[in-house]
Write a protein that binds this ligand. Structure first.
Ligand SMILES: Cc1cc2nc3c(=O)[nH]c(=O)nc-3n(C[C@H](O)[C@H](O)[C@H](O)COP(=O)(O)OP(=O)(O)OC[C@H]3O[C@@H](n4cnc5c(N)ncnc54)[C@H](O)[C@@H]3O)c2cc1C
Length: 502
């Protein structure tokens, strides 16, 4: 048995865990980060689309089950830095209204237990930490800010600039994206085509290992244990967490500490709490509300490839523009969502979905297409949930919610793109396996009967147990989640009295 101890023990080194570790290091609080994965190697395959998308080189073998017991490969990556090692580094803030109750025709997006103003200073800190490039004054939905973007926006390549001019001519307000890449003066980013969805061979993407965990560990007060998979949380009779158990590269592992933070990602954090049931907590830990694992959200997302056969797309770094004109109002009084460019899709990447289409045809389309994600809010539902079977295997029950809004946003986006000259539009709707934006399985709230954690991510049921990752989101908004996870991790690090907890 390997035994470890630390004042604060963090399970998982993704956006939540790594940023929390950085926030603790800044305060001089000692912490141990337990990560089931290893550092993602910098290697040739990082930038080979076939290796990343067809061979799934960086995805685990693990499969999860859907409602019918059918296996699927989830969109998770078990490495130091978690999913941020491959993410698209699009790092927008949520809007003020995303923290308030919003009524949709088919349901309600609930209020958060804190406001945008409460999180705003930490958004600024997270943008500095993750080297966010952006600008103000272009996006009609942008929230107020008390500090400027640390770095100016990424310039648009000519093809994108022309597309923006076409959309502007329709009365829309295409705006620069908020991107976390190292394009500072002298920075290491080379604006390549293999960013969104790929690991960065140069360490130029602002992932959680590069920007937060690495600096925290080199400061000396944070330690990292890789290959350390936690399978159970144990509590004493008073309800305090007493130790974690798991394995370290095949050896049994136990970890004791003062405070314990679960940051294993929305599905794995819920699974760990549920799998830790005991006689006093027969439905799992932190689960007196019965809500652990429930309210699983993923965003309603569709990838679009818009094709203009007359205009070859020679762009290299495509992800520089978003359209948020419909974010607050789609024209019918209800929110729509956002339209964002994604990294340039290559024919070989299309092959993983369009398996029957000949590669030459996919290359031809890719040469003339520009790709977007259409993103709208899904709503929390207690029926959408993560559970674990007797072997600890994850099962996901999931039905789309609020999808009428997504259809309406898609129709609006299609119209705008057709007007801009894109005569053919191909769509790929996200299915259960495309859960990269998952959240909500341990929602934050004020009341222990309707939420799992409080506004500072401490579980209502166990005073020294926290959940700091996307699981705490009470709603999903319609913007990419990572900056909000990071900002909240910094807020939790700063506003929690770690001496009193541990
Ligand atoms: C391809 C892709 C593109 C994306 N693009 C964007 C984007 O552009 N912008 C954006 O905002 N978001 C994006 N995301 C989503 C973003 O990466 C996630 O929202 C974010 O990383 C979630 O942070 P987290 O801390 O909740 O979990 P994760 O980052 O997934 O971290 C969880 C960590 O816990 C570890 N772990 C799990 N279980 C255990 C255990 N039992 N014991 C020990 N360790 C464990 C995992 O290995 C992992 O390192 C993207 C995701 C993907 C997959």
């Amino acid at each position: 048995m390997v035994s470890e101890s630390a004042h604060v023990v963090i399970v998982g080194s993704g956006m939540g865990g790594a940023t929390l570790a950085w926030g603790l290091a800044r305060r001089g609080v000692s912490a141990l980060v337990l990560e089931r994965g290893r550092p993602l190697p910098r290697e040739r395959e990082n930038w080979i689309p076939e290796a990343v998308f067809l061979d799934r080189r960086y995805k685990p073998e693990e499969t999860w089950l859907d409602d019918d017991g059918k296996e699927f490969h989830p969109g998770v990556h078990y490495f130091v830095g978690g999913n941020t090692k491959v993410y698209g580094a699009s790092l927008p803030r949520f809007r003020e209204r995303d923290f308030e109750e919003t009524v949709y025709p088919s349901g309600i997006s609930p209020a958060w237990p804190f406001t945008y103003a409460d999180l705003e200073p930490y958004y600024g800190q997270a943008e500095a930490l993750y080297r966010v490039h952006g600008t103000t004054g272009e996006d009609p939905s942008e929230p107020w800010r008390s500090s400027p973007f640390p770095y100016g926006p990424l310039p648009h390549e000519p093809y994108i600039a022309e597309t923006m001019a076409r959309l502007s001519a329709e009365g829309l307000h295409p705006a620069s994206t908020c991107m976390g890449v190292d394009l500072r003066p002298g920075g290491s980013c080379i604006r390549c085509q293999t960013c969104d969805g790929f690991p960065c061979r140069l360490g130029a993407k602002s992932d959680a290992e590069t920007c937060a965990l690495g600096p925290a560990v080199s400061g000396g007060s944070v330690r990292l244990l890789t290959g350390a998979r936690i399978s159970r949380i144990e509590v004493d009779r008073a309800g305090r967490v007493s130790r974690l158990v798991g394995d370290l590269g095949g050896e049994p592992l136990e970890v004791i500490g003062g405070a314990f933070v679960i940051s294993a990602g929305a599905a794995n954090s819920a699974a760990l709490l549920l799998a830790s049931r005991d006689d006093d907590h027969p439905t799992g830990l932190a689960n007196s509300s019965g809500l652990v694992g429930r309210n699983y959200m993923v965003h309603n997302n569709t990838h679009i490839a818009a094709v203009d056969m007359r205009r070859p797309n020679d762009v290299v770094f495509q992800k520089t523009m978003a359209v948020n004109d419909w974010y607050h109002d789609l024209g019918d009084g209800y929110p729509g969502g956002s339209l964002q460019l994604i990294g340039k899709v290559q024919g070989s990447m299309m092959k993983s979905h369009a398996t029957r289409v000949p590669r030459r045809m996919l290359d031809r389309i890719a040469h003339r297409s520009v790709e977007f994600v259409v993103m709208s809010e899904d709503l929390p539902s207690v029926h959408n949930r993560v559970t674990v079977d007797a072997d600890g295997r994850i099962q996901v029950s999931w039905r789309r919610t609020n999808y009428d809004r997504h259809e309406a946003l898609l129709a609006t986006a299609r119209r705008a793109l057709r007007k801009a000259g894109y005569s053919a539009i191909f769509e790929q709707r996200f299915d259960i396996s495309m859960n990269s934006h998952m959240c909500g399985t341990a929602v934050a709230g004020r009341s222990p009967s309707t939420s799992v954690v409080d506004g500072l991510c401490r579980t209502h049921d166990h005073e020294n147990l926290f959940v700091v990752d996307s699981a705490f989101f009470p709603s999903s908004a319609a913007q990419n989640p990572a900056l909000t996870i990071a900002a909240q991790a910094l807020r939790v690090a700063e506003q929690t009295d770690w001496n009193a907890v541990g």
